[in-house]
Design a protein around this ligand. Structure first.
Ligand code: DX5
Ligand code: ZN
Length: 224
C-alpha cells in the first residue's frame, strides 16, 4: 500500500455509503480513481456507535485488491491490540488505532507491521500533537482527527490545519492522514498544512454523484 500513498490521495470512507449496495458504491469511486478505501470500525465503547467489523472489511477486500486498491482500516475501538490479527486476516492493508484507546501504542504499532500491514496511530481533537512524538519510527501513518470520532457528516474543526502543522515535524517519514469534515472547502487547507491522505465520507457518498465529488475533492486537495 505504501506506493499508493507516496503521493497525496483522497480515501473515500464507506461509513457514508449505502450498505445495501456496498460493492457497487466501492466500484463507483474506484472507477473515478480512488485506490484507498477507508473502513471505520466502531465498537460502542471507545465511541458510542457500533459500525463495521472484519466481516464487512473482508467482504470488499478482494474487489478492492483486484482493482489495484488498498483497505485502510480505522479502528475506533477499545483494546485495539486484540483485533489487529483479525483485520489483517480479513485483508486490511493498513491498520490505524487510537492513541487514547490503549496504553500499549508502541507495542501495537510493531505488531501491526509484523502482520504485514502499514501501521497507523490516530489522535482525537483533544489530544496534543506531541502525544505521537515517541512513536515516529514505528508509525507509517499518523491520523489527525478533524472531528470527534464516532459519526460521519460533522463539521470540520477549524483549528485542525494548525494542529497538522504542529504534527509535521514530529512524525518523521510518516504520512499525515486527516479525517472528518474534509470536502472541497477544507481539503486545500489541510493539504497546505502537511496532510497527504484525505478521508472523505459524506462529501463523497452523500453527493448525488460520488465519482464527481471524489474528483472535485481530489483536485481541491492537489491529490492524484
Ligand atoms: C468519523 C470517521 C470518519 C467519517 C468521516 O469518526 O472516522 O472516517 O467517515 O466522515 P465525514 O467525511 O462525513 O466527516
Ligand atoms: Zn475514519
Amino acid at each position: 500500500m505504501w506506493e499508493l500513498i507516496e503521493s497525496p490521495r483522497v480515501a473515500p470512507s464507506v461509513l457514508s455509503a449505502d450498505f445495501s449496495r456496498l460493492g457497487s458504491q466501492v466500484a463507483e469511486v474506484m472507477a473515478a480513481g480512488a485506490r484507498v478505501i477507508h473502513v471505520d470500525v466502531m465498537d460502542g465503547h471507545f465511541v458510542p456507535p457500533i459500525t463495521i467489523g472484519p466481516l464487512i472489511a473482508g467482504a470488499i477486500a478482494d474487489q478492492v485488491h483486484e482493482a489495484g486498491g488498498a483497505i485502510d482500516v480505522h479502528m475506533m475501538i477499545a483494546a485495539p491490540e486484540r483485533q489487529i490479527a483479525e483485520f489483517a486476516r480479513a485483508g486490511a492493508d493498513s491498520i490505524t488505532f487510537h492513541q487514547e484507546a490503549t496504553p500499549h501504542a508502541h507495542r501495537t504499532l510493531g505488531a501491526i507491521r509484523e502482520l504485514g500491514c502499514l501501521a497507523g496511530i490516530a489522535i482525537n481533537p483533544g489530544t496534543p500533537a506531541e502525544a505521537v512524538a515517541e512513536l515516529r519510527d514505528l508509525a507509517d501513518v499518523v491520523l489527525c482527527m478533524s472531528v470527534n470520532p464516532g459519526w460521519g457528516g460533522q463539521s470540520f474543526i477549524e483549528s485542525s490545519p494548525a494542529k497538522i502543522e504542529r504534527l509535521r515535524p514530529l512524525v518523521g517519514e510518516a504520512k499525515i492522514e486527516v479525517d472528518g469534515g474534509v470536502d472541497t472547502a477544507t481539503a486545500g487547507f489541510v493539504a497546505a498544512a502537511g496532510a497527504s491522505l484525505f478521508v472523505a465520507g459524506s462529501a463523497i457518498f452523500g453527493a448525488a454523484d460520488p465519482a464527481q465529488a471524489y474528483a472535485e475533492i481530489t483536485s481541491a486537495a492537489g491529490a492524484s
